[in-house]
Design a protein around this ligand. Sequence first.
Ligand SMILES: O=P(O)(O)OC[C@H]1O[C@H](O[C@H]2O[C@H](CO)[C@@H](O)[C@H](O)[C@H]2O)[C@H](O)[C@@H](O)[C@@H]1O
Length: 365
Amino acid sequence: MKYMFLLLVAFKIIDKKFSKLQEVMGFQTSHSTTRLSQSVFKTKEDSIDEIPLLQRTTMNSTDHTQINTNFIVTEYDSWVVGHPSALVSFDRMMKAATGKRIVVFLDYDGTLSPIVNDPDRAFMSDEMRAVVFKVASYFPTAIISGRSRDKVKDFVKLNNLYYAGSHGMDIMAPLIPITPSDDKHFNIGRNKNGIEVPFQPAKKHLPAIQEILKRVKNAIKEIKGAIVEDNGFCISVHFRQVQEKDYGVLEERVKSVIENNPQFCLTEGKKVMEIRPSIKWNKGNAVEYFLDTLGLSSYTDVLPMYIGDDKTDEDAFKVIQSTEQGYPIIVSSSPRETNASYSLRDPSEVLIFLSWLAKWRETSY
Ligand SMILES: O=P(O)(O)OC[C@H]1O[C@H](O[C@H]2O[C@H](CO)[C@@H](O)[C@H](O)[C@H]2O)[C@H](O)[C@@H](O)[C@@H]1O
């Protein structure tokens, strides 16, 4: 009996220590829902379950830091300390947002829709659409995508938000600012008859872009799995389905098309090479443009949030950082060098975050 009691006490102490460790690791305690707990814990449990016990005890420090055989701190766990989960930090973030004018910026691929092999089939779920609709009905919201503006709008299918395509090189800004504008960009959104026209800083390059599009399609047509996507002011060359042995040739051919043509440059995204005009305009400029046309750039109580997953979103994260009170949130399930302050693992966590945001607005106003 005495031993049973001692055993119970020992068990309690271990259990308490484990809970403490979870808190230190940033696991949610106050805003938890079953979905969040499942989402946050899933990978931990999976990563432990998936790895045989023997291997757990022999892991090297590059992949995992071993604490004991039952609890493993992954590189992701260490990274997330510097880029806390926006779900775990939700209460704190929203406390700081109270009374501020929230503006929401969203990337599309890998943020609102999961990454898939075929770029034409990167559909957004109805659940995500419903939640984005709700968020956009409460806060000014814009989607800034690498896709052409029309294409991203076709995927999203919502009319209560703003769209920027071609990494911000094609913006349909609000016609009437929600607050009096300081007029920096405002008139650019309409023609002289007051009709809505998109802001397209690379417009004069369009004929050259179309010429490059023809040439790149021709240059890579024999490479199996390569897909060329016309994104209006940018061209994507996808290699997700290209065999590794063919990648070198593909890269060489794409580079040769813009060789000696300083009008264009090549950037890289997720298994995609992108040809774009060499102008100083990116997703960060698009964020500034929207804030300006919304009439918000001169207000000190504006809190912009930007959620994105790719390299081109980093320019926007930098701009959000520079406001000193915005929330740049990266979508990544692996550690990454980033200018974002917070993180979400994947579009399913983006969905939870946006639904909490809408709920917060419903209950706190
Ligand atoms: O700025 P975004 O909205 O994130 O657009 C960036 C690129 O996204 C798309 O490509 C990516 O998603 C595809 C579908 O999941 C995937 O197959 C591809 O490997 C990813 O790179 C889009 O097709 C590109 O044109 C965008 O530039």
